[in-house]
Structure formats: structure tokens, C-alpha cells
Design a protein around this ligand. Structure first.
Ligand code: FAD
Length: 336
């Protein structure tokens, strides 16, 4: 878990040491690719403007929330390590516990548990992706039911963590502005992960921007060039499209099939798992991982993986229904 305030302070200090001026303010408009207006009045000019404003993409042009976005949602609590012992032993972590120990039918959610290194453990009920995201109240209810079943009593006042972010935003669309981080979006559509990718790419993007400017590109050209040659190479675009199909397969998968799907994925050789999760511009490795997954799946699961590639995006579900029902359909019961 990242301490966001210390991370921010660390980055700002490094910027200042390198001669940069850090200006705190909210960008509210971008009248040209080189000028950003701040909410307190005034504006800043720059050769290159990078929108690293997260999934809300403050300098983008379109309202990507129409139709409903697919979202990852989660509700977690931080408890003393001894309280979490029935689920997370010393030196252990728990990842994707799909057992329906929350006792509810419907949309599949899993528990993970991770020690934070200070004698506490984060226990979090997660809906990997749903369109729109599963309600946080549903996740909270499931988490507490699951923990009670394992004899984990959450102390009063335990710190709570709430998660909601989209996983299928389109590409950043402001001409001459470079989208980075979740604004790009660098978010893996089928897992929601983006932080490691952003940390790996940040120095490469900065270096490529500096080189393009040194070669005489104007700022907008430099942004477009780096977008094309570093962030969204043809291979990266193709991998992203495949991952989007993976997301759609997941969104359409019946609840009862989801744990088996992850069992199959997690049993793949390490190189395939790493490729699917991390190799955002290695099309060959991604295809090899998907082929291996297909080969190890039974025929029903194969149908679930291939079918969505031929269908339009999965329809939005009822935001209020904490289950796996498409509008008008009946829910299914988990089998243990
Ligand atoms: C509780 C939680 C757990 C998560 N766990 C993981 C995980 O394990 N792994 C993972 O990869 N991802 C995880 N995510 C998702 C991850 O946090 C985000 O995808 C990631 O933070 C995106 O990074 P970013 O820097 O692009 O955007 P953000 O972290 O959203 O940062 C955007 C910054 O821009 C600023 N900003 C926004 N608008 C403006 C504006 N108009 N003007 C000026 N500044 C602005 C914001 O204040 C913020 O500082 C988690 C998210 C949550 C909420």
C-alpha cells in the first residue's frame, strides 16, 4: 500500500531539487494546448501540458461516463493482525478468496487480505469489474458477513477503505495534451491495476518528451509523438483492445463460472500470467497467454471467453441490484 502523502512529498521535493516550480491549484480550463486556467484565477503556460489528473481527466474533452462505465469497487477494513488471524496468518497474504462465505447469491466478489507492515491487516471485499460498479453498501455487508463467519470481529472505529474507479475509459482525447496515468488511461481493463505501469513509464515518457523538444518539436507535436511512440504504440493499442475484450468476457460471465476462470488463469505458467497482467506493449506474449488460457479451459469456459468478442459491450446492469442479473433475468445461486 502506498502512503500517498509521503509519496507526493517525495516527488515534489525531487522536482524542486531539479529546478521545477510546483504550483498547487485546480485546472479548470485549457484554452490552448499550452495554457491552463486555474480556479483561483490566473493561468499557467507551458510547452507541453500533461493531464495526469486521474480517471476524471480534467483536461479531456468528452464525458466518458455515457453509457455507464465498468467500475472496480471495494470496501475494506483495517484490523489488528491478531484479529485477522483466522484468515491471514503471520507472513501470509490472501489473494482472491472467491468462496461465497458472505452467504449471498449473485455478482461474484472476493476477499483479499494484506498485512500493512505496522501490525495491521487490510481485509477488503472487491468486485473486480461490473458495469456500473457493485454498490459499496453491498460490499460492506458482504465483508462483515464473511468476516463474522470466520470469527473475525471488526473493532469499533476500525479504519475503512472505499474504492470506486472506472476500468474502461477511452483514450485521452485533447489534441496537443498528453494524457498520463489513469487519464491516459493506463488502467488494465480486466484488473484495474495502473500504478506499477505508470511508475515504469513515467521516466520513459519524461525522457522522450525532453528528447522531442530538444529536437525542435513544438510542445503539441512532442506530446503527440510521445503518445504515439511510447504510450500507445500499435502493439500497446492492440494489447489494450484485447484486454478490453477480456473485460467484456468477465462482465458477461455467469457468477458460478468466475472462480473457475480465475483458477484456470492462476494455474498458468508464470510467464503467461506476467504477460497478461503486465506486458502492455508485447502483443505476442499477450496472445500466447490468451491462447494458453483458452487451451486449458473446458469447452463451456471457452465459449464464455470467445463469445463476447463477437458481441457488443455488455449492457449496464441495474445499479441498485447487488446480484448477477441482467435487467429482466433471474439470478443464479452459487454452488460451493
Ligand atoms: C483504495 C484504492 C485502492 C487501490 N488499489 C490499487 C492497487 O492495488 N493497484 C493499482 O494499480 N491501482 C489501485 N487503485 C487505483 C489507483 O489508485 C488509480 O488507478 C491511480 O491512483 C491512478 O493514478 P493517477 O496518478 O493517474 O491518478 P490519481 O491517483 O487519481 O491522481 C490524480 C491527481 O490529479 C489531481 N487532480 C484531479 N483533477 C485536477 C485538476 N482539475 N487540477 C489539478 N489537479 C487535479 C488529483 O487531486 C490527484 O492528486 C486503487 C484505488 C483506490 C481508491
Amino acid at each position: 500500500m502506498l502512503g500517498t502523502q509521503p509519496l507526493r512529498a517525495h516527488l515534489d521535493e525531487a522536482l524542486v531539487r531539479g529546478g521545477a516550480r510546483v504550483v498547487a491549484g485546480r485546472a479548470v480550463a485549457i484554452p490552448s494546448p499550452h495554457r491552463v486556467v486555474l480556479d483561483g484565477g490566473g493561468s499557467l503556460t507551458a510547452r507541453v501540458v500533461v493531464d495526469a489528473g486521474g480517471h476524471r481527466r480534467p483536461l479531456g474533452t468528452t464525458d466518458w461516463r455515457r453509457p455507464a462505465a465498468a467500475e472496480q469497487t471495494a470496501h475494506g477494513v483495517v484490523v489488528p493482525a491478531e484479529v485477522a488471524l483466522p484468515l491471514v496468518g503471520p507472513g501470509e497474504a490472501l489473494f482472491m478468496d472467491w468462496r461465497p462465505d458472505h452467504g449471498e447469491d449473485g455478482w461474484p466478489t472476493f476477499l483479499y487480505g494484506v498485512a500493512l507492515g505496522d501490525g495491521t491487516v487490510l481485509l477488503e471485499e472487491t468486485s473486480l469489474a461490473r458495469r456500473p460498479g457493485l454498490a459499496l453498501d453491498d460490499l460492506r455487508r458482504r465483508l462483515h458477513a464473511r468476516l463474522a463467519r470466520h470469527g473475525v470481529a471488526v473493532p469499533d472505529g476500525a479504519r475503512v477503505e472505499r474504492v470506486r474507479f472506472p476500468v474502461d475509459t477511452p483514450r485521452h482525447d485533447r489534441d496537443g495534451v498528453l494524457g498520463f496515468g489513469a487519464a491516459a488511461p493506463l488502467v488494465h481493463p480486466a484488473t484495474g491495476f495502473s500504478v506499477a505501469t505508470a511508475l515504469v513509464l513515467a521516466p520513459r515518457v519524461a525522457g522522450a518528451l525532453a528528447a522531442a523538444l530538444a529536437e525542435g518539436d513544438d510542445g503539441a507535436d512532442a506530446a503527440a509523438r510521445v503518445d504515439r511512440t511510447v504510450l500507445w504504440t500499435p502493439a500497446a493499442r492492440a494489447v489494450h483492445a484485447l484486454r478490453r475484450r477480456g473485460l467484456e468476457a468477465l462482465l458477461r460471465m455467469p457468477a458460478r463460472d468466475v472462480p473457475a476462470f480465475f483458477d484456470t488463469f492462476l494455474a498458468l505458467p508464470d510467464r503467461h500470467r506476467r504477460a497478461y497482467l503486465g506486458a502492455r506493449d508485447d502483443l505476442g506474449a499477450t496472445l500466447a497467454a490468451m491462447t494458453a488460457l483458452f487451451g486449458r479451459s473446458g469447452w463451456p469456459l471457452r465459449g464464455r471467453l470467445v463469445g463476447p468478442a463477437l458481441l457488443p459491450a455488455a449492457p449496464a446492469r441495474d445499479p441498485e441490484a447487488g446480484d448477477d442479473r441482467a435487467p429482466g433475468a433471474r439470478g443464479r445461486r452459487y454452488r460451493r
